[in-house]
Design a protein around this ligand. Structure first.
Ligand SMILES: [Fe+2]
Length: 197
């Protein structure tokens, strides 16, 4: 087994809460990201989420694949995503968020690809694919992180909206509560039919 790793570090004018919200807001996946085609949440709670994804392969965008993703909040600042999809390659993604100053954070992303058997020959192609994937998703997500930070500073709450004008200044650290609330009719919810077996 060969493990191939890639690291990316970025700074962004966004809060820890906004960045974590972005990673746990599954509803944006196939609305914002061109490479994702579908998502369904199987289960989630305050520490983890299990979901099914359909996505386009970077560079070879005429190909699609499906994966089961397990996303875990390892600690307040670290989340891990495990998935096995295209060509049965297992991938571990570790995302660490450090808010070094209010609403300014550093995000570190580490990818580990577990290449078993013949899949080792793919190593030379991975670097370009991962860089392309990471840059594209980061750019697509960026405005969500920035906007979320701004509106939370104004006191915005999901499903409630903004407070009265005189209360629109929130100071101090903004916390995130998982799981993120979704509408009961969200298209990401798995609809159970009546044929239980
Ligand atoms: Fe995203």
């Amino acid at each position: 087994m060969k493990i191939v790793e890639f690291d990316f570090t970025r700074k962004v004018n966004a809060s820890h809460a906004a960045i974590m919200w972005n990673y746990w807001d599954h509803e944006h996946l196939y609305v914002v990201h061109e490479n994702y085609k579908d998502a369904k949440i199987i289960h989630e709670n305050e520490n983890y989420a299990a979901y099914l994804l359909t996505y386009k392969i970077p560079i070879f965008r005429f190909l699609t694949s499906k994966s089961l993703n397990i996303q875990i909040l390892e600690n307040k600042n670290t989340l891990k995503i495990f998935n096995m999809g295209f060509l049965n390659i297992a991938i571990q993604t570790t995302i660490t968020v450090h808010e070094f100053e209010q609403d300014h954070s550093e995000v570190k992303i580490n990818y580990k690809f577990y290449l078993k058997g013949w899949r080792r020959v793919l190593e030379p192609f991975l670097s370009r694919m991962v860089k392309s994937w990471n840059e594209k998703t980061w750019k697509e997500d960026l405005n969500l992180k920035l906007r979320r930070t701004k509106i939370q500073r104004l006191g915005f709450k999901d499903f409630t909206g903004l407070p009265p004008l005189k209360n629109r200044q929130i100071d101090g650290k903004i916390e995130i509560n998982l799981p993120i609330k979704r509408h009961k009719n969200s298209p990401l919810n798995v609809k159970q039919n009546n044929n239980k077996r």
